[in-house]
Design a protein. Sequence first.
Lengths: 260, 336
Amino acid sequence: MSISGSGSALLDVQDVTMRFGGITAVKALTMKVPQGALYGLIGPNGAGKTTIFNVLTGVYQPTEGEVRFDGSRIDGKKAYQITELGVARTFQNIRLFADMTVLENVMTARHLRARQVLADAVVGTPRHQIEERAIQAYALELLKIFGLDKVANEDAIGLPYGSQRRLEIARALATDPKLLLLDEPAAGMNPQESRDLMHLVRWLRDELKLTILLVEHNMKVVMGICETIQVIDYGETIAIGPPAEIQRHPKVIEAYLGGG
Amino acid sequence: MRPRTKLIAIVVTMAVLLGLNQVVEYGFGEFQVNPYYARIINLVGINITLAVSLNLINGLAGQFSIGHAGFMAVGGYAATYLTVYHGQELAGLAGTTLATGLGASVAMAFSLLVGACAAAAAGLAVGIPSLRLKGDYLAIVTLGFSEIIRVVILNIPAVGGATGFTDAIPITNFFWIFAMAILAIVVVRNIASSTFGRALAAIRGDEIAAEAMGVRTTRYKVLAFVISAAFAGVAGGLSGQLFANPLNPQNLNFVKSIEVIVMIVLGGIGSTTGAVFGATALTILPEALRPVDRQFPGLRMVIYALVLILLMIFRPQGVFGRRELGWQWLRVRRSR
C-alpha cells in the first residue's frame, strides 16, 4: 500500500465542494478514513451525505477539492475506474439488477475481476467455460456468507427487503474492494435485521479486513458499530469524534433537534 | 461442449446445410421445391440474422436502436459492390470463375466479410458518439444515420442509385443464408451467457449500478452495437445478392428497421429463441395471408396488424418473454 503525503488515511478527502448551479450541496468537506476503520457519516435529511458518496464513487465530479484513495487521486475518475481501484458501494434506494437472479447479480459484479476474453466467450473455448464456472463458484461462496445461497436462483427483486440490502453488500464485495461504502444499509430493516446487519458489518471489517464508510439514519446502528463519526449539516462538517462524544455534542443536538 | 464434440457439431451442421441447399436450390431427383417457397425460406434465414443481431443491442443491452436498415445497407452495398466489380478476380483466386460453385463461394465469403467489416466500421462511427445518449435520443440518432446512408446511396450511380443495385450477381444461396443465421445465433447466445452478456444485462438493468460495479458501460454498448451492425451487414450482403432481390434504397428505409424491431418484440425482446421465432413468423405470415388478399384486397395487412395488436394486448412481453429454448428441447431455461 502506498502512503500519501497526508498520513496513512486510506480515503483522504480534502476541501471538497460540490455545487449544483446555485446550490452548494457539500461545502469544503475534509474527511480522513484510516485503513481498517469503521467510519460513520451522519447528518439530518438533505445534509449532503449521498452527494458525498456520489462524489467518492465517481458519479459526480467535485466542483473543488481533491479525493485520494490509497494514495492516488480519484476525483474526476470514472465510476468503473474507481471501482477497479477498490472502492465499492451500495445504494440508498436499492439498485439491484432487475430480471437477474440473486446469483447473476453477484456474478455480474465479478465482471471486473473476471479473466474472460470476448473471443473466448464467442467461441465458447474450454478456458472460457472454466473461468465461467470459477465465477459461479465464487459468487455462490459469497452468497453463503450472506445466507443467500438458498435463494441463489430466485429473482433478486423478489427477495424481502432486508435480503435485498444484504445482496447489495454481497454484490459490492464481488468487486474485491478495499473500501466499502454503505449508503443507509439499515433503512427499512426491522430491529432484528438491523442487529444482524451490525454483526455482519463488524464481521466484514474484522475478517475481510475491509475499511467501511457508512451513511446511516438509524442511530442505534451508527452509534453501535462506528468508531469515528463525522456529522455534517448543510454540507458542512459540524463535529468529528467517537460516538459518545458525538451524542453529547451541542451542535449535533441542535442540528437534529433544532436550535432554540 | 468439448472441442471435439463442437467440431463434430460444426461438420454435421455444414453437411446438413449443404444437403438442404442442394434440395432447396436444385431439387432432389423428381422433387422440386416450389421456387416461391424456396424464396420465403431464404428470406426467413436472412431475417433471422437481422433479428438475432438486433436483439443483441436492443434486447440484451437495452439500447433502443432503429438504424438496423442503415447497417444492412452499408454492409449490403459494400458486399455487392465487391462481387460486381471484383467478383471474377476473387473467383480467380481459387482458379475458377463466378459461374462455378467454388468460385461463387469464394466470392461470397469475401463479400460477406467485407460487408461485415464495412457495417462494423459504420457501427463504430455511429456508436461512439451516440451511445452516450439514452433512450429516445439514441433512437433518433440511429434513425438519422440510417436515413443519411440511404440518401447517400441514392446518389451513387456506381451502385445503381434510385433504381437499386440491379447489377448484383445472384450468388446467395440457402447454405450461406442459414450458415450465417446459425453463426449469428451461436455468437449472440455465447455472448449472452458470458460475463460480457451479464455486463450488457447490467447496463440494461441499471446503468449507474453497472458502472459502480465496474462495468465500462459505454465501451460495452459500443461493442454490442458494432457486433450487431456487422451481422446486419452480413444480412445485407446476403439479401442484395439473392436472385432477383436487388438492394434498393427505397426498401432500406426506417420501415425496414421497424420491421426487424417488431420481430424481436413479437418473439420476446432479449430472447434469441424469440428473435428466431419472430423473424420466421413475420416473414411467413404476410405470405400465408396472400390468398385472403385475392378475395378481399387489402385485408391481409389488416389481419397482420390485428395479430400484432392482439399479441401486444395479451402477451406484451412477447411469445417467449426473456426465455430461451435450450439444447434439450422443451426444457425451457431461464436466461439473462
